[in-house]
Design a protein around this ligand. Structure first.
Ligand code: PGA
Length: 250
């Protein structure tokens, strides 16, 4: 039985006071025995503060990206060992903003996935099509290509400790959520694809939906058979909005 995961991607938002009040609010409003697991993805400068507030609690945390190289001369970058040192359980790889704004290719994403696994981090691999790709009927070929690049580099066995987030680019930050049926269709495609390689891993892996998830649409999305929670951007920035999603999990 896959437990629902509600994960908050704060993107480039935050301050010390925001992190303090948001995390205290999440701790007060959720519990280890709740229906859903919780995770947060703060910006790098707030990971140490996050660790000091959440250590020993039921809420996990992670980085929003990583550099796949070992420590060395890469000014401005953060590697997997630093994330481990900061208590991270997770790291996002291949978020559409990294792919689109910072030109991360499928191969770059695969390198990051492998580096995360090697360091003992659980990668949350983000995949998803643009509006043009959906309208051209290319959703499955795009998502399939994005998965294939990581499967080729890391192998299906590496997905035994990984999460996938299906995030249609047209639904991110737009208020245009995929319908539960649209999302379920792509989630089933992803699970079937993994199942053809390893049925046990395909049955156990969490596939999150991301793209304008909020307290009003979460319950219906998470009720779909292959949707195992959400990767939440805008609605993860206040405890009230994020807990509304957590509380929507039956
Ligand atoms: P959104 O972002 O919830 O603001 O649409 C989701 C994401 O980018 O992970």
């Amino acid at each position: 039985m896959r437990k629902i995961l509600v994960a908050g991607n704060w993107k480039m938002h935050g301050s010390k006071s925001m992190v303090q009040s948001l995390l205290k609010g999440l701790l007060a409003g959720s519990s280890a025995g709740g229906a859903a697991e919780l995770a947060v993805f703060p910006s790098f400068p707030y990971l140490a503060q996050t660790e000091s507030i959440l250590a020993g609690s039921h809420i996990k945390w992670g980085g929003q990206t990583l550099n796949p190289n070992p420590q060395g001369a890469h000014s401005g970058e953060v590697d997997s060992e630093m994330l481990v040192d900061l208590g991270c359980h997770y790291v996002l790889v291949g978020h559409s903003e990294r792919r689109a704004i910072y030109a991360e290719s499928d191969v770059d994403v695969a390198l990051r996935f492998s580096a995360a696994r090697k360091a003992g981090l659980e990668p949350v691999l983000c995949v998803g099509e643009t509006r043009e790709e959906r309208e051209a009927g290319q959703t499955e070929s795009v998502v399939g290509r994005q998965l294939d690049a990581v499967l080729a580099a890391a192998g299906i066995a590496a997905f035994d400790s990984a999460t996938i987030a299906y995030e249609p680019v047209w639904a991110i930050g737009t208020g245009l959520t995929a319908t539960p049926a649209q999302a379920q269709c792509v989630h089933a495609f992803i699970r079937d694809k993994l199942s053809s390689l390893n049925g046990i891993i395909a049955g156990e892996i969490k596939i999150l939906y991301g793209g304008s998830v909020n307290g009003s649409n979460a319950a219906e999305l998470f009720a779909q058979i292959d949707i195992d929670g959400g990767l939440v951007g805008g609605a993860s920035l206040t405890a009230e909005d994020f807990l509304a999603i957590y509380n929507a999990v039956a």
